[in-house]
Design a protein around this ligand. Structure first.
Ligand code: HEC
Length: 268
């Protein structure tokens, strides 16, 4: 029979996807989690340490912003780390940003305004890559949010450079050895140095301190309105708890009255 002779071929065909799939994928070595740090903003009730945020902004604006933009944050948002209206307006004003074209259609520049975003210092990604040996510095708006273990990883990464690299590590021109970079090599030179910035509050600017503060700032920057949201959440919670207490008191009162009446009815 014709039908029977097809059966072995059919069986072979059906088993094919199974055989092809059988080889297990080469298991990638599990990446170690960065050491856990204690952060002021940890947990649902965590609050950002404002002093640390301000020191972190100092590190961002004096070091990181030479290469990285932070487009999702405006100067106005910096009121969230405690900068006064005057201070953030002055900061914005000190920057020159592209303005509208003039009457001849030529590009112009204008002083920054509080509504402006923290721009990349490079005109575009290609220019940034060309200046930085092939890799553009990523925008820092969401850095803390996109990495698993965001804050812990950032801190480990910023303090994880080895100069010179450990013996036996691959040496690639234009790349730097870092314990926490992919393949241990990254195109960013170590950005932090002891004492490279000065903190207005007198805190000694060690590499570890700068890393901790700029990480705090980057976590804040990945969600600048989180503090306000938490505060509103707390108010709503307190209000609803108040309502609950009132509701219970009211229920008791009504039931007490009902009970008294029933007892009176029974006595009659
Ligand atoms: C001299 C320019 C320069 C400065 C200054 C600089 N960076 Fe970078 N950064 C780069 C470049 C270029 C890359 C992309 C490197 C790569 O992907 O190999 C990068 C990448 C990064 C990454 C991503 C790494 C990854 O693997 O995802 C982080 C995080 C980072 N920078 C943080 C910072 C912080 C924080 C500061 C300030 C303390 C800073 N950078 C200052 C040039 C710079």
């Amino acid at each position: 029979m014709v039908r029977l002779s097809f059966t072995p071929a059919l069986a072979l065909l059906l088993s094919l996807p199974l055989t092809v799939r059988a080889a297990p994928p080469a298991t990638e070595p599990e990446k170690a989690a960065p050491p856990h740090q204690t952060w002021s903003f940890d947990g649902p009730l965590g609050q950002f340490d404002q002093k640390s945020l301000q020191r972190g902004f100092t590190v961002y604006s004096q070091v990181c912003s030479a290469c990285h933009g932070m487009r999702s944050v405006t100067y106005n948002d910096l009121s969230g780390i405690g900068l006064s209206r005057q201070a953030l307006t002055d900061l914005a004003h000190a920057k020159q940003v592209p303005g509208p074209p003039d009457s001849m259609g030529q590009p112009t520049m204008r002083p920054g305004l509080p509504d402006d975003h923290l721009r990349s210092p490079f005109p575009n990604e290609a220019a940034a890559a060309a200046m930085m040996g092939g890799v553009a510095p990523p925008d820092q708006s969401r850095l803390a949010a996109i990495h698993p273990h965001g804050a812990d990883w950032l801190y480990a990464f910023l303090t994880g450079y080895h100069m010179p690299p450990p013996p036996g590590a691959p040496v690639v021109p234009g790349k730097f050895y870092n314990d926490w970079a992919d393949g241990h090599l990254v195109g960013m030179p170590p950005p932090l140095m002891n004492g490279a910035v000065q903190f207005a509050d007198g805190t000694p600017a060690t590499v570890a301190q700068q890393a901790r503060d700029v990480t705090t700032f980057l976590v804040w920057a990945s969600d600048p309105h989180r503090t306000t949201r938490h505060r509103v959440g707390l108010y709503v919670f307190a209000y609803l708890s108040g309502l609950l207490v009132l509701a219970i008191a009211w229920k008791r009162k009504i039931w007490n009255r009902a009970k008294t009446r029933t007892t009176q009815d029974a006595d009659d």
